[in-house]
Design a protein around this ligand. Structure first.
Ligand code: PLP
Length: 388
């Protein structure tokens, strides 16, 4: 058998990604795996499975396994599970907390997660505590006092780009016997590895940069301890509750992952240049991006992230809601759409989505920087800002 790329060969993750995790199709020698669409797998005359481990595709299939192995390698983890969407992954992790338990969640994170946690906890008699994780001491105190079963962080947070101190929070969680899960969607595993900082679980909306082409919904959770009780629950939950990724989506995700390193490199570099360009712009009140020195968590971000600070940022324009909406309306290259991490740059007025009382400033525009030429993105925003 010819050798194929693998972590065991001591390769960089970029190389492993370029080969979609390595290996080839044993039946044909094809360098790209086939899409396995079968939902069920046969047994022989003695009722033994023809291919052990393959019974029914809700349980598992070869393409899930290949993609999960690759993502686990990216995270430096032991095992991963794909889910039907990022929210299906969030929900599976949250369900680790049982009625009567306590969940401590970072405040000011992706509103879909907050909304889900609020509803799920209210329905299941789970105490939900929401606290600002940027204030390390008070967040650690909250862990010590509330003794939660699960702590949920989002690093960097969406849309405020706050950066929580994963290592110190993980230490506090260990002392309080709490599980720590980190949604690192806005970072990607190439620049932030929460498991190496002490988190128990890391979660990504694979809909975003992991796939990178805005053409599938997916989620993934990775553990650093495949023998843990929490992992046994999550794998069973995926199988029994059935929030599995479709075969075609899994195949697309694996294809998207092949270019992850290139996309992340370009997007992060452009985001950094873009943020620095607009930081001092006369029509911009603030740029929220952990890569700029003025960001309150810049030093922490630098110590936790390697190779960049992500491609998500928010800018607050000088003016009110109308000014912000005028700027979005004047953009030509940025598409006015929700989501992040795709090849195309997107702009979103989050206040319109989340509304009064959400805490989102009216003048905030969330930007996802894509792979276009950075000069074109800067020129587009420059001309749009003249609309104020
Ligand atoms: N986590 C973060 C940080 C997100 O931004 C999103 C979606 O925007 C999700 C989770 C949910 O992922 P999905 O849309 O794949 O369900």
């Amino acid at each position: 058998m010819p050798k194929t790329p693998s972590i065991a060969h001591g390769l960089h993750l970029d190389s492993l990604l370029a080969h979609g995790g390595g290996g080839f199709d044993a039946a044909t020698g094809a360098v790209v795996p086939p899409i396995q669409t079968a939902t069920t797998f046969v047994r022989d005359e003695t009722y033994e499975l023809v291919n052990p481990g393959h019974i029914y595709s809700r349980d598992d299939n070869a393409l899930f396994k290949k993609t999960e192995k690759l993502i686990a390698a990216l995270e430096g983890g032991e095992d991963s599970r794909l889910f039907a969407s990022g929210m299906a992954a969030v929900a599976a992790v949250a369900r680790i907390v049982k009625p009567g338990g306590t969940l401590l969640a970072q405040s000011g994170i992706y509103w879909g997660t907050t909304l889900f946690l609020r509803k799920m906890c209210a329905r299941n008699n789970i105490a939900l505590v929401e606290a600002d994780a940027s204030d390390l001491q008070s967040f650690q105190d909250e862990i010590a006092v509330t003794r939660p079963d699960l702590v949920w962080l989002e690093v960097p947070s969406n849309p405020f780009l706050n950066v929580a101190d994963i290592k110190n929070i993980a230490n506090q969680c260990k002392q309080a016997d709490a599980l720590l899960a980190v949604d690192a969607t806005a970072a990607t595993p190439l620049i932030l590895k929460p498991l190496s900082l002490g988190a128990d679980l890391v979660m990504h909306s694979a809909t975003k940069a992991l796939n990178g082409h805005s053409d599938l919904l997916g989620g993934v959770v990775t553990t650093d301890n495949a023998g843990s009780e929490a992992w046994a629950f999550l794998t069973e939950e995926r199988k029994l509750a059935g929030a599995v990724l479709g075969s075609f989506e899994t195949w697309l995700l694996l294809r998207g992952l092949r270019t992850l390193a290139l996309r992340v490199e370009r997007m992060n570099r452009s985001a950094q240049v873009f943020a620095e360009h607009f930081e001092k712009h006369p029509k911009v009140e603030a740029v929220l991006y952990p890569g700029v020195k003025s960001h309150p968590h810049h030093e922490l971000a630098k110590s936790q992230m390697t190779g960049g600070f992500g491609s998500l940022m928010s800018i607050q324009v000088k003016g009110n809601k109308t000014a912000a909406l005028n700027v979005t309306g004047a953009l030509d290259l940025f598409q006015r759409a929700t989501s992040l991490g795709g090849t195309e740059s997107l702009v979103e007025h989050r206040f319109t989505i989340e509304g009064e009382g959400s805490g989102i400033p009216e003048n905030l525009l969330r930007l996802s920087i894509g792979i276009e030429h950075c000069d074109d993105l800067i020129a587009d925003m420059e001309q749009a800002l003249t609309a104020i």
